[in-house]
Design a protein around this ligand. Structure first.
Ligand code: PMP
Length: 301
């Protein structure tokens, strides 16, 4: 088996050697930021948007990324090339770095930058055909004035807790509400509902990550002539929606067919959901940064 190269603060190392200190504050305190990015047939989808979100998240928590965006873009593309990947999932992590055991980040001298690229295990096709089931979680989404959900930080405990609730309820994904009971998002995806032909998604200030897929779907929906609104809505609105779907880097666009044991629409993926998924798939190989500019893509030396 060929080795897997991982970028680790300045060098490409084999997966077996890609380790960070147990004193890293990313490990000790979840102090850091990350991105999950997808490569479709040699195209790093929406790389610029992912980098903008990464740098914004880092700025928000006063974490200095020791590279210009263009440098990090090159490092990410090179990690994909070095691993000879065409269809892949990329994880970029920037942690505060090693410090002492106190939580004060001033003891952390050097941030760690990690880029992992690996072959992607796609969501099974059946999941898109049958749709997913949701249950609303009792844990509420972090309030934006406590830990802003727009910061894609390494602290994902809020999301992990609701995912555990979904597992316990025997469904595929959790529906997260904010402290006022408005719908925010799933554990790792944004939510949309369709009612009488209009598409709604919650404004991010209610407590959601500003998903790259979310934004792409908003653009596509508008382009295709749908009425698209970013407005608050409640669980009731989800229960009585004609269609519900989730968006995310991993999920792309996936229909929701049941929420808290209420069937959505006729219990099958809706027409608008399916239309947006097919439109989305059209842009995944073109909208982004090409890893292999020349025609002879993967060169095995
Ligand atoms: N919300 C949360 C909490 C997430 O972790 C993700 C995955 N990054 C999303 C939404 C979807 O965002 P994106 O479309 O950028 O993957």
């Amino acid at each position: 088996m060929s080795s897997q190269w991982i970028y680790l603060s300045g060098e490409y190392v084999d997966k077996s050697e890609a380790v960070v200190s147990v004193y890293d504050h990313g490990f000790l305190y979840g102090d850091g930021v990350f991105e999950g990015i997808r490569v479709y047939d040699g195209n790093i989808f929406k790389l610029e948007e992912h980098l903008n979100r990464l740098y914004d998240s880092a700025k928000s928590i006063m974490l200095h990324i020791p590279y210009e965006k263009e440098e990090l873009e090159q490092i990410i593309a090179e990690t994909v090339r070095k691993n000879q990947l065409e269809t892949a999932y990329i994880r970029v992590v920037v942690s505060r770095g090693a410090g002492n055991l106190g939580l004060d980040p001033t003891s952390c001298i050097e941030p760690r930058v990690v880029v992992i690229a690996e072959a992607l295990a796609l969501f099974p096709k059946e999941l898109y055909e049958r749709g997913v089931r949701l249950a609303s979680a009792s844990s509420r989404r972090n309030r934006p004035d406590i830990l802003p959900p727009q910061v894609k930080s390494l602290n994902y405990l809020n999301n992990i807790l609701v995912k555990m609730e979904a597992n316990q309820a025997g469904v595929d994904e959790a529906l997260m509400l904010n402290d006022q009971g408005y719908v925010t998002e799933g554990s790792a995806d944004n939510i949309f509902i369709v009612k009488n032909g209009t598409i709604y998604t919650p404004p991010v200030y209610l407590g959601a990550l500003e998903g790259i897929t979310r934004n792409a779907i908003i653009d596509l929906a508008e382009e295709k002539g749908y009425e698209m609104k970013q407005e608050p809505f409640t669980r009731h609105d989800v229960y009585v929606a004609d269609e519900v779907f989730l968006t995310g880097t991993a999920a792309e666009v996936i229909a929701v067919v049941e929420v808290d044991q209420r069937q959505v629409g006729d219990g099958k993926p809706g027409v608008i959901t399916s239309h947006l998924l097919s439109e989305f798939r059209k842009i995944t190989t073109t909208d982004g940064v090409q890893v292999y500019p020349s025609k002879d893509k993967v060169q095995v030396s």
